[in-house]
Write a protein that binds this ligand. Structure first.
Ligand SMILES: Nc1ncnc2c1ncn2[C@@H]1O[C@H](COP(=O)(O)OP(=O)(O)OP(=O)(O)O)[C@@H](O)[C@H]1O
Ligand SMILES: [Mg+2]
Length: 438
């Protein structure tokens, strides 16, 4: 590391003596000299001096004044100042230290003393430079870490978002299928109804024709009219139509109601999922809605059995808890499907409560979770599924919702080959109002 040393003394002889010692001792350093105190501050700035050897007694400006002025701008970390003096006055030394001098050397100069004090000053500057480098290195490192952390957070947010989008896409496909079914028979019923309507209209026309004929002439025998009307009734198959109508209307009504229920479920799920709004939610209803969301996934794979309870209401975020149920149910369906067994699997949902907590237990008779996975399934991105089949975020998001957002508990129990059990405990009342996690 290069050093820049400036010697200031109004006496040329001293100046020459000191600088020649410096040149000999530190041949690689830049050594400057100055006889005019007025130029000192400018030189210190321009040459970025590290160590200043400053005479005290000088005309124009005294060394003490210069010392004071320099110390207002530069600390010892940036400029070491060694006072040079022929005085032997303790008060002067005291003042020197008070004004910020680092050391002093008495005249006449002793080479050993001069260089050892200089070495000390140089070491201080070098130490400071190293510290500065270290701090800068750490700062750079910190900035880099901050940047990487931000990138990771953004990547995680993007993944969570894409996981949600994938889940929404999957569910939307299922729900579309569910809606398609009733829409299918409602529209076929409407076609039949339209057909019936034509026939009925035709019959009404016939009736009008008979009525008009009656008004024009009173000589048509009433039996003939009755036969004509009866024939019309037969031709249009009005008897069958009348019988069919009631069933058709009831069917159509049922289909429309089914679509309405599915749409309501979707809206319930969509609402408040992303925000942390909470309200009183009936868990029986929510479980039914979640089962319906997954019906398309589960219907060929497993029977989903819900042991319903008396109404249990919990203060929670409906969309988020719904998302947890769908995630866990979806995992169970996927696990059972992965076994590729000919017989249907079974998923059981149990619901219960204690005084202040609701308990939902979802168990399946799928392959179970290997022991070595069990401690990792709630970790973000842990998945045993093939690339593209699972992001491994379902359970970590569920854990965050139950534990952090609702102050509840989520645990899994399983043994390979014996299915899996997911146990959810939810505080009935708002956990934040009742004083933190319970
Ligand atoms: N019911 C279950 N039976 C067997 N293994 C399960 C069950 N539920 C979860 N797992 C295991 O836990 C892992 C993590 O589940 P998680 O829902 O977090 O992610 P994923 O289902 O793999 O992917 P994603 O939910 O993002 O589609 C799964 O990959 C699976 O190995
Ligand atoms: Mg999953």
């Amino acid at each position: 590391m290069n050093m820049r040393i400036l010697v200031v003394d109004d006496a040329a002889l001293n100046l020459h003596f000191v600088t020649s010692i410096l040149h000999q001792t530190y041949p690689h350093y830049d050594i400057y000299q100055c006889q005019r105190p007025r130029h000192v501050e400018k030189l210190v700035n321009e040459k970025e001096i590290d160590v200043l050897l400053l005479d005290i007694t000088m005309p124009e400006i005294s060394g003490l004044d210069l010392l004071k002025s320099l110390r207002e701008k530069l600390s010892s970390d940036d400029l070491q100042i060694i006072m040079l003096t022929a005085l032997d006055d303790d008060d002067v030394f005291q003042t020197c230290y008070e004004l910020g001098a680092n050391d002093y050397v008495k005249k006449p100069f002793n080479k050993v003393e001069l260089t050892s004090r200089l070495n000390h000053a140089i070491k201080s500057i070098q130490d400071h430079r190293q510290r500065k480098q270290l701090i800068n290195g750490i700062k750079e490192h910190n900035n880099e870490l901050r940047r990487v952390n931000m990138e990771l957070q953004m990547a995680q947010a993007a993944l969570v978002h894409s996981e949600k989008m994938a889940a929404i896409g999957q569910l939307a496909a299922g729900v579309a299928h569910e809606i398609n079914n009733p829409i299918g028979y409602v529209s076929s019923n409407l076609e039949t109804l339209n057909n019936y309507l034509h026939k009925m209209t035709r019959y009404i026309h016939q009736c009008r024709e008979v009525q008009e004929a009656l008004e024009k002439s009173e000589h048509i025998p009433s039996e003939a009219l009755a036969v004509q009307l009866a024939n019309g009734y037969e031709t249009q198959k009005l008897g069958i139509i009348m019988e069919d109508l009631e069933g058709l209307m009831a069917d159509t009504q049922e289909g429309v109601e089914r679509v309405a229920t599915i749409v309501k479920t979707m809206r319930n799920f969509a609402r408040s999922g992303d925000h942390d709004e909470k309200g009183w939610v009936n868990l029986n209803d929510l479980i039914h809605q979640s089962m319906m969301m997954l019906q398309n996934e589960s219907k060929y794979v497993a029977d989903v059995i819900f042991r319903e309870q008396d109404d249990i209401e919990v203060f929670c975020n409906q969309g988020q808890i719904g998302q947890v149920l769908v995630n866990i149910l979806n995992n169970a369906v996927q696990a059972i499907r992965s076994q590729e067994k000919p017989e249907r699997g079974r998923i059981t949902i149990g619901l219960g409560r204690t005084e202040d907590k609701a308990n939902i237990i979802i168990s399946d008779n799928g392959p179970g979770i290997p022991k070595e996975y069990l401690s990792r399934i709630f970790d973000p991105f842990f998945t045993s599924k093939k690339v593209g089949d699972g992001t491994g975020l379902g359970l970590s998001i569920s854990y965050d919702i139950i534990v952090n957002k609702h102050g509840g508990m989520l645990a899994a129990h399983s043994e390979t080959g014996r299915g899996a059990i997911f146990d959810i405990l939810l505080p009935i009342h708002d956990h934040q109002e009742s004083g933190g996690t319970e």
